[in-house]
Design a protein around this ligand. Structure first.
Ligand code: ADP
Length: 190
């Protein structure tokens, strides 16, 4: 199995690009944010636990998202690989992912990082709020905290994956089509 990580700040366009990538490369898209929103919508215990943290712009506990990821790895078949979107989000999760894959003698195939500046993050999220109606996109404070969380907790992963030679950055500005074709060029080289 291939294991691709789609990396980038909130609003970088990960979800948008993921659809095209999964179709072209026969991958299963796993968005931990989407999985968590489903739990919230279903009113599960896990969802209740996650909601206040998501609304605060913080990360939910590592074991929650890691459990979700492992169960997808175990149950999904008939694909060439997985496209991880929003996971890992801190170095502990990245190490745990390596350990999970090592159990079956596997490893992360490559990281595709979509980079946009902080000003663009805010513009994109404000725009998405009018379309998708996500609660965590509605409040300025939540958005600001997510940006802080990204810089504090998630950005260090860039160094982590550079060290293993798996990090590839793409400019996330430009049209959806332009970014997609840059991603495809990169994926074809993996
Ligand atoms: P965005 O990319 O716009 O930030 P996501 O849908 O990826 O949105 O994530 C929404 C929220 O879900 C995050 O702000 C965080 O609270 C929670 N979340 C998603 N993935 C993880 C993860 N891997 N670890 C911890 N929390 C997560």
């Amino acid at each position: 199995m291939k294991y691709y990580i789609l990396f980038g700040p909130p609003g970088a366009g990960k979800g948008t690009q993921a659809t095209a990538m999964t179709e072209k490369y026969n991958l299963r898209h796993i968005s931990t944010g989407e999985l968590l929103r489903k739990e919230i919508a279903a009113g599960s215990e896990l969802g209740k636990k996650a909601k206040s943290l998501i609304d605060a712009g913080s990360l939910v506990p590592d074991e929650i998202v890691e459990g979700m990821i492992e169960s997808e790895f175990r149950t999904v078949r008939d694909v060439a690989g997985f496209l991880l979107d929003g996971f890992p989000r801190n170095t502990a999760q990245a190490r745990d992912l390596d350990a999970i894959l090592a159990k079956t003698g596997e490893e992360v195939t490559g990281v595709v990082s979509l980079m946009i500046p902080d000003e663009t993050i805010k513009e994109r999220i404000r725009h998405r709020a009018t379309i998708e109606g996500r609660e965590d996109d509605a409040r300025e404070e939540t958005i600001n905290n997510r940006i802080v969380t990204y810089h504090d907790k998630t950005e260090p992963l860039i160094g982590y994956y550079k060290d293993s030679g798996k990090y590839n950055e793409i400019d996330g500005l430009g049209t959806i089509d332009e970014v997609r074709s840059k991603i495809f060029d990169l994926m074809d080289r993996f």
